[in-house]
Design a protein around this ligand. Structure first.
Ligand code: PGA
Length: 250
């Protein structure tokens, strides 16, 4: 049985007040899923301290990490710095970073390895643009597979073997992000099953958690999570409202 993971990606939103509200929201109730909240980097260590102080059920996630370990890279944050700040999960390869910051598949794979080396669980994002989806489901599957191959290659070359229960993949169709137009459950399931099959080439993927992301909200989450290979959600907009997010994470 794979334990579901519900992750909130705040992007460039939220403030310290929202951090506090989120911690309180998850302080009293026991949740059956793993809950991860990814606020902007400046809040991470204070957020982690507050979670520990209030015995809140949240794990702390970062939205990005440097592909470098140290050196003259102004503005970057290394994986070991995130680990020291209490970070347990890290998003890499979000489509917004690929699009606005020109991140390549190779950099995404490097970032994943940096997180693994710092004992942080990577959440590796993949997903196709609308024109790829419109060209047909098989085009979309091929696109996802091409994004996964550098990931598999990096894992294969890693000095210590990586078990797939220590990483998450998030399928986020770009056309579904922030548009209010989620993939329909069967459409997402088809991609998730394909992701599991592709990752199986590297290692046993039975325990790999594959999250769906793209306009997840309280009205569509249940149907998506009911699918066999959908093991959780990566939530943007709806994660900025503690009550709404808590409904997804019940
Ligand atoms: P959304 O964002 O839920 O606002 O569509 C998801 C994401 O980009 O991770």
């Amino acid at each position: 049985m794979r334990k579901r993971l519900i992750a909130g990606n705040w992007k460039l939103n939220g403030d310290w007040t929202l951090c506090q509200q989120m911690v309180s929201m998850f302080a009293s109730h026991h949740r059956q899923h793993d809950i991860v909240v990814c606020p902007p980097a400046v809040y991470l260590s204070r957020f982690a301290e507050l979670i520990a102080a209030q015995s809140s059920q949240i794990s702390v996630g970062a939205q990005d990490v440097s592909s470098e370990i140290s050196g003259a890279y102004t503005g970057e944050i290394a994986a070991n710095m995130l680990a020291e700040s209490g970070v347990q999960y890290g998003i890499v390869g979000h489509s917004e970073r690929r699009q606005h910051f020109a991140e390549t598949d190779t950099q995404v794979a490097e970032k994943m390895l940096r997180l693994l080396a710092a004992s942080i669980t990577p959440i590796v994002c993949v997903g196709e643009a609308l024109e790829v989806r419109d060209a047909g489901a098989s085009q979309a599957l091929a696109h996802i597979e091409a994004q996964l191959l550098p990931i598999i290659e990096a894992l294969s070359e890693s000095t210590s073997p990586v078990s797939l229960d220590g990483i998450c993949i998030a399928y986020e169709p770009i056309w579904a992000i922030g548009t209010g137009r989620s993939a329909i459950p069967e459409q997402a399931q088809e991609v998730h099953a394909h992701i599991r099959a592709v990752m199986q080439r590297y290692a046993d993927a039975d325990q790999l958690r594959i999250l769906y992301g793209g306009s997840v909200n309280k009205d569509n989450a249940q149907a998506l999570l009911a699918m066999q290979d959908i093991d959780g959600a990566l939530v943007g907009g709806a994660s900025l409202d503690p009550q709404h997010f808590a409904m997804l994470a019940l």
